[in-house]
Design a protein around this ligand. Structure first.
Ligand code: HPA
Ligand SMILES: [Zn+2]
Length: 349
């Protein structure tokens, strides 16, 4: 395919239309202000913000922690199984509109169980939305349970025990929340147990934390994929390892700018990650908070970085399928579909 022949003005449309997978989305981060207000009213919860506009105006973050404080407060409106269903269903419909054909969705059970919401309420609501998404939208999705790293490993073990009766409803575990001061080694034992249980393993690392957190997530947690990981470029040996072992990074450009990991999209390192041969992907992280769903992440990033063209668009979509936790056969089928899409875009050129 002569991808270089595709003119830049066609890129926006291609980015939006191309089939893709999303591998880094926190479902609680898809909760739009309108839904927060509707659920608060329904559940009799008083919000500190007087209006949707006032809440949205508070989304001016200076770093990861300033975001997390407001994100956990927003998730406090979720009470019933229906609430979790509605949140996930809204995301799946939105993802479908972006031509996402597969999504691996994070959820933070401790945020809810700590407020007295049963684990079953959370996972049954999310799972029901996923089932309906498969039936009605033809969208494939699965759940990844994230442990909150600001809490103790004992708390993570207790959460795992609560989750095991629902083992068939999630495919793996991850690690999120405040990275600084909460290194991967804090969770080595619980990740060891998850690995023994046959769960897929991922971890946030190298977003705000140093490159050594990425190496430790690989060596001590046996993470198969790294969420964010953008600080890997600080360690050339790590870059070589990520590339040669084909360890994917789930990069979230709009999130990185909103949380001041990069000052603006024009200085984002996604182009360099790809040029280094790393299996980088583009994702939305917390789309309701960071100003865009998956297609906005693609189009804004490509608009800001002139070195990204159709070749990189194809590579990023292909990487999203390669890095997904689905059967080899399915991955191959999706990549064949992507090839057909781009062959069509190149048609005659
Ligand atoms: O980007 C993130 N980093 C860490 N924890 C999170 N929880 C939601 N989003 C994030
Ligand atoms: Zn994240």
């Amino acid at each position: 395919m002569n991808l270089e022949a595709i003119p830049r003005q066609e890129l926006d449309c291609i980015l939006r239309r191309m089939p893709k997978a999303e591998l880094h989305i926190h479902i609680e981060g898809s909760l739009e202000p309108e839904l927060i207000f509707r659920m608060a009213q329904k559940n009799g919860i008083k919000l500190v913000y007087p209006s949707v506009e006032a809440l949205r105006a508070a989304y001016a973050f200076t770093d990861l922690q300033s975001f997390l404080d407001i994100y956990y407060a927003g998730a406090g409106v979720l009470q019933t199984e229906e609430d979790f269903f509605d949140m996930a269903w809204s995301y799946l419909e939105r993802a479908k509109a972006d031509n996402v054909i597969h999504s691996e969705i994070f959820f933070d059970p401790q945020t809810h169980t700590a407020r007295g919401v049963a684990f079953a309420t959370v996972i049954n609501g999310l799972h029901r939305a996923i089932e309906r998404g498969r039936e009605e939208l033809g969208l494939s999705a699965s759940l990844i349970l994230c442990f909150l790293r600001h809490l103790s490993e004992a708390d993570a073990f207790a959460t795992l025990e609560e989750a095991l009766p629902f083992r068939d409803k999630f495919i793996g575990v991850g690690l999120d929340s405040g990275e600084r001061g909460n290194p991967p080694e804090k969770f080595a034992a619980v990740f060891g147990r998850c690995q023994a249980l046959g769960l897929r393993l991922v971890a946030h690392a190298g977003e705000e934390g140093p490159a050594s957190y990425i190496s430790d997530a690989l060596d001590l947690l046996r993470a198969e994929r790294i969420d964010h990981g953008v600080r890997c470029l600080e360690d050339p040996q790590l870059v070589a390892r990520l590339a040669s072992e084909r360890i994917a990074l789930t990069v979230c450009p709009l999130s990185n700018v909103k949380l001041a990991v990069f000052p603006e999209l024009g200085s984002h390192n996604i182009g360099r990650l790809l040029a280094e041969g790393i299996v980088a992907t583009i994702n939305s992280d917390d789309p309701a908070y960071f100003g865009g769903y998956l297609n906005e992440n693609f189009t804004a990033t490509f608009a800001a970085l002139p070195q990204l063209g159709a070749r990189q668009a194809y590579q990023l979509a292909r990487n999203s399928f390669e890095a997904s936790f689905v059967a080899e056969e399915t991955r191959k089928r999706w990549i064949a579909g992507l090839d057909a899409f781009f062959a069509d875009c190149c048609g005659g050129r």
